[in-house]
Design a protein around this ligand. Structure first.
Ligand code: SAH
Length: 361
């Protein structure tokens, strides 16, 4: 029997509130509640998002006498880096985080010649049960708070600055979890990632990846944030997609693509279609043709197909497609005028690649 889909995260003690949980108005209310003037809110936001400082004791523009109070009320330590693994000569780094309640999850920092990308988690675990993904096998522990999501971004930006003298340019919600199943917290985090008074990263450099929660895709379009949407399609036909991405039994290929089309229309952005290529499962030439046909119908030229060679996961009987099958798949998609590239997979040897995040000890 298929594993059950979990949309409602288990109820747990919520993490303490943090400056990064608040929007601008909330920050003012929070500092006023501490008996501080409203202008301190901007100062704290600048320290956190601009200078990447999360410890009020290092905020020299804050009166020494109030630092303890601000620290206790607005900067609880949310995450501890338990382990950092690196590969690609230090260009790929995976961090295992532990939250205050012991929950663990991972993020991955990737340096490229022209960009620096952090792949962040939106949930600890995942309830979507895709059989080829290690995260999906372990089930959902809980939603991450907005501040827990943003702390991953801040840590990545600080590491780039301190270790490489470089800047963070891209944020992808492609770590653990289904971002659109933790909708409100993810959208709040996205706002703070792209706002000039937040991390100030350009919206088009932020990618939200989803299994295809169709109503949430439409809602996201209506937020007008114009971030890049990635849809994890993996099969063009319902029969196969029902087994690879179990949420397909709720919102099928047609509904997922309909929502993607709405997203493209409202935002004017191209939608990335993720397709993990699995030997003898979804890599047949006829499926490449069907994929192209369906994408042409739904998105026209507003589709970009990202082929991801399947990464190995524990206990899975599936393999990546042979190179020749992969080349033929890409060729068939491209010949219909749809752009298609093969994702350069990073971090396989440290289990940091797509679908490998499991946060095991
Ligand atoms: N839940 C969201 C966010 C995770 S993004 C989503 O599914 O889109 C992680 C991406 O890696 C998804 O496209 C996912 O389908 C893909 N993936 C999962 N397991 C994989 C594997 N073993 N090899 C390659 N890609 C995989």
């Amino acid at each position: 029997m298929a594993q059950q889909l979990v949309f409602e995260a288990p109820r747990r003690k919520v993490p303490p509130q943090h400056l990064a949980d608040f929007d601008a108005a909330g920050r003012i209310a929070a500092v006023e509640a501490l008996g501080l003037p409203a202008f301190r809110a901007n100062q704290l936001a600048h320290q956190y998002f601009g200078r990447l400082t999360a410890d009020p004791h290092q905020m020299t523009d804050l009166p020494a006498a109030v630092r303890d109070r601000v620290a206790a009320a607005m900067f609880p330590k949310l995450l501890t880096a338990v382990r950092v693994l690196a590969c690609d000569a230090g260009q790929t780094r995976k961090t295992l985080w532990r939250a205050g309640d012991g929950t663990t999850f991972e993020s991955v920092l990737m340096r490229y010649p022209q960009r620096n990308t952090v792949c962040i988690s939106s949930q600890a675990g995942c309830g979507m049960a895709c059989p080829f993904c290690a995260t999906g096998q372990a089930g959902l522990t809980r939603n991450l708070s907005t501040a827990e999501i943003l702390e991953q971004v801040r840590a990545a930006a600080a590491a780039l600055r301190d270790d490489f003298g470089d800047r963070l340019s891209n944020v992808v919600f492609m770590g653990m979890g289904e971002p659109l199943a933790n909708y409100a917290r993810v959208v709040a985090a996205v706002r703070r990632i792209i706002e000039p008074s937040g991390f100030g990263i350009s919206a088009r450099s932020v990618t939200v990846s989803t299994v295809g929660v169709a109503p949430a895709i439409r809602k996201l379009a209506d937020e007008r944030l114009a971030v890049t949407l990635a849809l994890s399609l993996h099969a063009p036909d319902d029969e196969l997609r029902d087994t690879l991405v179990p949420v397909n039994t709720r919102w099928n290929v047609g509904e997922a693509l309909g929502a993607a089309r709405y997203y493209a229309e409202v935002t004017g952005r191209r939608v990335s279609i993720e397709y993990a290529l699995i030997r003898d499962v979804n890599d047949q030439p006829w499926r490449a043709d069907l994929l192209s046909e369906r994408l042409r119908g739904a998105l026209g030229r507003r589709a970009h197909v990202n082929v991801i060679p399947l990464n190995p996961t524990p206990g899975s009987q599936w393999d990546a497609s042979p190179k020749a099958a992969q080349r033929e798949f890409v060729r068939r998609v491209r010949r219909t005028g749809i752009s298609c590239t093969v994702r350069d997979t990073r971090g396989r040897e440290i289990s940091a690649a797509c679908g490998q995040l499991a946060a095991g000890g």
